[in-house]
Design a protein around this ligand. Structure first.
Ligand code: SF4
Length: 674
């Protein structure tokens, strides 16, 4: 596309927002517990697609309406859960869909799901603080808001009397959407009700249509092109057959087409998302919300997963096929939308940044001033120069699929990266001032329990780096390879996560079709918690000490001074000369033993090269400055200059200096002889 093609499109909100009565023909609804802090990219795109064909549409932010009533803190607690498979948001709306529940059923949910820390042993700092009585009371008090909230939603819809109401359902929006849809059917019966979003993919969508007769149609997959077509046919009373991914109900029953999920082949054909309704609602909200974020996309699918997916990855195989926007299109969109919508954070929802953007998009962002931090997901085996480019382009936060520090476990996952590359990435991010979000997963079928003893030994070396956001046993997601071929991978008896049975009053088969999160047994009966415990304990310790931990170095041309403020430090200040100094500098990026050996030929050494090398490598490893995995080496200290320690760490460093009898004299560091 040319740069002009963006300006050829109507700006967001350019279509008339109403019919002759001023009311929208189509209302799109963002129900609780969709994020209150950013607009739904899916709905923004659908509204813009309808704008293009001059169909008046409006997005109603009912998520913000409930957030105002239960408070931002409670809303965030539910909408950004530590354990998504607990389905707390869906559980809150369940009585509004299935009828009142008994006190006994409530008690069982609290005991078996909410307060049960062993159910799915995720490890986050918060998980070790038991859910407090206050949190339980606050959650239960949210229940009293649900019925009046739904009444107000119906009242507003009645006043707009749209012909079509569309719901997006991702994460915990399913039951809230269905509860409102049921009321719309009862009170505004002529409205056509359609649902889409990740919770409606394939079997989940078919079951939604089957189990909830008030829903007229479901869109499975990417609705960008097919939804406007569907709307046109409904308005013109045309048959709905032959639309990719559209399942519908007619007088004869449920129609499930042979064609698969809908998919957009050319992302440049998409319009600019229209987020106006969200920003108007956000500005008008009674609850004072922080500055909103923007979710944008530059690609769909995953180029790695398309050829060889990670085995735990729950991205549907249709969605996995990789497509990206052309660089000029992506750049123009980013600049246009961030100028139109004032935000402090821009999340690119891509599974992984398009590789070509390192050549043709990011260099053009260098020197531009974006209003907020840019966030992208990356593969872990990035080069340092590409990380620097991302930082200079405004990408100050990254997420990477690190998942493990064991080559064997990474292989079982089919991650296509090695442990030392993972550690190198976390190190370089700290060095370059980029925040990196990552998780440590365990419990893969086929993983070697002995690997966890090694991981537990490595973690104390790394406490000066950004710790994982979360750690825990991997979850069995629908569509993942582990789910699709459970037996092959050594898993047994996959079944919906227990919370589904507390939420859905439906037959077993229906619950199985609706569930995304699953639990399972190991075919070999392994006790994961037992062998993972040492890692778990080290991660808890990492969270505690990360802020005060540091490891950095400065080179004076013939001496390398390493400052070690890790709990595992052998000593706080070490001066290295000759071969150890040379090796530590040489291993700034991963080096093989063979590469290091080659360089010895260029150096004057006092003894036989092999013995000198072995002794220097051992010294650096004894000091925990040099990490060795599989005959490859990585230096851990961060070079001052490229890395600047935060003020609190610097103060700690000065205190340690003075304890050691060292001091800063003018521009010189005076340290006692070692
Ligand atoms: S986990 Fe990430 S890298 Fe792996 S297949 Fe899924 S999206 Fe791709």
């Amino acid at each position: 596309m040319t740069n002009d093609s963006i300006t050829e499109q109507p700006a967001p909100g350019a279509a008339a927002s109403g019919n002759q009565s001023g009311n929208p023909v189509v209302v799109l609804i963002d129900m609780p517990f969709g994020s209150a802090h950013c607009p739904s990219i899916g709905l923004g795109l659908l509204k813009a697609s309808l704008n293009r064909i001059a169909i008046p549409a409006r997005i109603l932010q009912f998520n913000l309406l409930l957030m105002e009533r239960i408070g931002e803190e409670a809303y965030r607690y539910i909408s950004v859960p530590n354990r998504p498979a607990d389905l707390i948001g869906d559980w809150l709306f369940a009585p509004a869909l299935f009828g009142p529940r008994s006190e006994e059923a409530k008690r069982r949910f609290l005991e078996e799901i909410l307060l049960n820390r062993d159910l799915i042993p995720d490890t986050r700092a918060e998980d070790f603080i038991p859910v407090s009585d206050e949190e339980v009371a606050r959650l239960l008090s949210c229940q009293s808001h649900i019925a009046p909230f739904l009444e107000d939603c119906v009242r507003e819809l009645r006043s707009l009397s749209p012909r079509i109401v569309g719901f997006t359902s991702t994460f915990q929006q399913h039951v809230a959407s269905l509860a409102l849809a049921r009321r719309i059917r009862e009170r505004i019966p002529d409205t056509f009700l359609v649902m889409g979003g990740a919770n409606c993919e394939e079997d989940m969508g078919a079951e939604t249509l089957r189990s909830f007769p008030f829903i007229d149609a479901v869109v499975s997959g990417e609705g960008d092109h097919v939804f406007p077509e569907l709307v046109g046919r409904i308005l013109n009373n045309n048959p709905l057959d032959g639309l990719d991914g559209v399942l519908w109900r007619d007088g004869f029953g449920i129609r499930i087409p042979a064609v698969g999920s809908a998919r957009v082949p050319d992302l440049d054909s998409l319009p600019l998302p229209d987020f106006d309704d969200y920003f108007i609602a956000h500005a008008a909200s009674r609850e004072k919300l922080p500055s909103p974020a923007l979710m944008l996309e530059t690609s769909r699918g995953c180029w790695w997963g398309q050829k060889s997916p990670c085995r735990f990855c729950g991205i549907n195989h249709h969605r996995m096929s990789y497509r990206n926007k052309s660089a000029p299109h992506a750049l123009e969109e980013l600049l246009f939308l961030t100028e139109r919508y004032p935000v402090s954070w821009i999340t690119m929802v891509d599974s992984v940044i398009p590789p070509a953007y390192f050549r043709n998009m990011l260099p053009k962002l260098v020197g531009q001033t974006l209003p907020g931090t840019l966030f992208y997901e990356i593969r872990p085996n990035e080069t340092k120069s590409r990380l620097k480019l991302m930082r200079d382009a405004g990408v100050h936060c990254l997420q990477a699929g690190i998942e493990s520090f064991s080559d064997q476990v990474l292989e079982v996952m089919n991650k296509g990266v090695r442990a030392l590359e993972n550690i190198q990435l976390i190190k370089w991010c700290r060095q370059l001032g980029i925040s990196i979000k990552w998780n440590l997963l365990w419990g893969m079928p086929g993983e070697d329990p002995a690997e966890y003893a090694t991981i537990a030994e490595v973690i104390p070396w790394l406490t000066y780096l950004e710790p994982p956001v979360a750690s825990g046993r991997f979850q069995l997601h629908r569509f993942s390879s582990f789910f699709e071929e459970t037996e092959k991978w050594g898993l047994r008896n996959p079944r919906p996560a227990p919370a589904y049975y507390h939420v859905y009053s439906l037959p077993e088969d229906s619950i199985r079709n609706l569930a995304y999160y699953h639990v399972f047994d190991y075919a070999d009966g392994r006790d994961v918690s037992a062998y993972v415990r040492p890692v778990w304990e080290q991660i808890l310790s990492w969270w505690r000490v990360a802020e005060n931990s540091g490891l950095f170095m400065t080179d004076t041309a013939d001496r390398l001074i390493v400052f070690d403020l890790r709990p595992v430090a052998v000593r706080p200040i070490t001066v290295l000369k000759d071969l150890p100094r040379y090796l530590l500098l040489a291993c700034e990026g991963i080096r093989t033993e063979a590469e290091l050996r080659k360089t010895l030929d260029e150096m004057p050494l006092p003894g036989p090269p092999e013995a000198e090398l072995e002794s220097a490598l051992k010294k650096l490893q004894d000091l925990k400055f040099l990490l060795q995995m599989d005959h490859r080496y990585l230096a851990l200290p961060l070079p001052l200059g490229e890395y600047s320690p935060p003020a609190a760490l610097m103060q700690r460093f000065l205190n340690v200096l003075s304890e050691q009898g060292a001091a800063i004299d003018g521009s010189c560091l005076v340290i006692p002889t070692q």
